[in-house]
Design a binder for this molecule. Structure first.
Ligand code: ZN
Ligand code: ZN
Length: 153
């Protein structure tokens, strides 16, 4: 389909996601595939508004409600990771490798990746002290990023 001609970057994850969606019996409409390829092509964590804007530039008849429904479907099926604190959410394709956590800036709304090793000691101490097995796959911490900090005086 010609509208997906640009989806080269992140193609592997895109293909994986398509395979998973198909496996689980989801209909792959052109609109769903467009939303998926928009997220796959994004180099960063992407918000609904950005997904909408980028997808709409390819297919002008797309409406925001469809984007919401599609993104939530993908999240529920497990091909997307949702990163959110409060009412701000960003998304990325779930990767088999490169699992990471997130830091969210409250001021600029940017999402930053956090390598899992930062949480290994934390995880180990929850197991040791509480016999509690934490699920940190969607772990995110809110705060203020270095750029925003340096703008404060
Ligand atoms: Zn910031
Ligand atoms: Zn991420």
């Amino acid at each position: 389909m010609q509208i997906f001609a640009g989806a080269n970057k992140g193609m592997t994850h895109y293909d994986d996601a398509v395979a998973i969606l198909r496996e689980k019996g989801n209909r792959l409409t052109p609109q769903r595939l467009l939303v998926l390829s928009t997220i796959a092509e994004s180099r960063h964590h992407i918000g609904i508004d950005e997904i909408y804007k980028a997808s709409k530039s390819v297919y002008p008849y797309l409406d925001l409600a469809t984007v919401y429904r599609t993104v939530h479907l993908f999240r529920d099926v497990g091909v997307l990771t949702e990163i959110g604190i409060g009412d701000r959410h960003t998304y990325e394709l779930r990767t088999r490798d490169g699992q990471h956590h997130h830091m969210l800036c409250r001021q600029c709304n940017k999402t930053f990746s956090l390598s899992p090793h930062y949480l290994e000691a934390f995880k180990a101490s929850l197991v040791k002290d509480f016999n509690f097995e934490p699920d940190l796959d969607n772990f995110a911490v809110a705060g203020v990023c270095t750029d925003c900090k340096s703008q404060r005086t």
